[in-house]
Design a protein around this ligand. Sequence first.
Ligand code: ADP
Length: 191
Amino acid sequence: KLAGFPAVKTLEEFDFDAAPSAPRARIQELAGMAFVERRENIIFLGPSGIGKSHLATALGIRATEKGYKVRFLTAADLVLQLEKARREGRLDQYLKRGILGPSLLVLDEIGYLPLKKDQADLFFQVIAKRYEQGSVILTSNLSFGDWEETFDGNTALTSAMLDRLLHHAHVIQIRGESYRLRQARQSGLIG
Ligand code: ADP
């Protein structure tokens, strides 16, 4: 396991023909890693199975290869770690080392797990800490208008968070059908 990546995925393995709405040239330009130097964020949006985690992982692995310190976490795992750190009285230390330490923080699957008030507050702290300090790559199946629901219905917190995230960000919206569903259809498994 490499820097927490759940699987090894590369840009070479990504089939852009199967995801025609994914902006190939932009993604290849991002793979040059200037965004990490500029502390910019990347946000991949789109339905489940469309390749968001694949691309986030591939960029993360590319950054690792280029010598950057990278950390990959699902949003759910991040919240668990934050809660554990707080319980153990080392939240400040966790934010300083775990969150500010890596040059690139990849947060996968925002929106699958609705957060309670406390958890939303902790998540916000992560985004506030990284703001203009280091790049974040996020993936979400929710469009920004629906993020509030995930963050305990907290309008003020969600807009303050999106404000910071989007200030220096590349937003990549991918549309279409799940890659796995498409493959299943092509192999005749489903009609
Ligand atoms: P998402 O994060 O959007 O839910 P994933 O990135 O987890 O989707 O993709 C689901 C699976 O399909 C993964 O195994 C991924 O590698 C694969 N996949 C998705 N899109 C592509 C693609 N265009 N080319 C190759 N593999 C893909």
